[in-house]
Ligand binder design. Sequence first.
Ligand code: ADP
Ligand code: ZN
Length: 214
Amino acid sequence: MNIFIMGAPGSGKGTFSSRIKEEFNLNHISTGDIFRENISKGTPLGLKAKEYTESGRLVPDEVTNAMVADYLKNLPDQKNGYLLDGYPRTLDQAKAFEEMTNGTDQAVNLILSMDVPTEVLTKRITGRRTCKNCGEIFNIYYKAPAQEGICDHCGSPLSQRKDDNEESLKTRLDEYFKNTAPVIAHYEDLGMVTHINADQEMDAIWPLIKEAIQ
Ligand code: ADP
Ligand code: ZN
């Protein structure tokens, strides 16, 4: 099974991606995570991506497409397919991806759209805190850690993403509505999208996702 998980910033893609990849044994590819990792290591890719990601703009398509192509070529194949998180985010990325994978076993089968009203997103994003060590995601409003600033799972300090501030968020939302919403509409036309009401308790969302995949 090959899946795109799509949705606005703060829609829960990252949180549910970790559960999905475990449950269904998928390769998880998060373009945002890959950029952030390259930025913190100071690689050439990181240097190219830094100013875009931190201000909330999209990294140019050539850079992102090449990076995803590279990942797909080198996927370990003991898994049941992939879960692409954060890609494609523009119609040009979707076309490039289709040209590369159509007719192969890496073509996409299902698009999950995580639907959340825009007014809910801001609180989710500005309250988000993540553990760089184990990847656990917290929220100071909805899912606070037992001890402020410390990961419940592994005890490491929590941090806030550079782009999780109101100004970058505004840019990210603009990018989403201008560039990414049309990608969902494109797959909608192909009848490949399952919409998930992601504005509910986590425990209510998970069965919907499982059902869509099974
Ligand atoms: P979000 O939580 O906003 O969905 P991600 O962690 O997926 O964010 O991505 C963070 C940033 O990384 C984006 O704002 C953008 O700058 C860059 N990025 C991630 N995926 C892509 C992509 N497919 N195309 C261009 N830029 C991307
Ligand atoms: Zn942790």
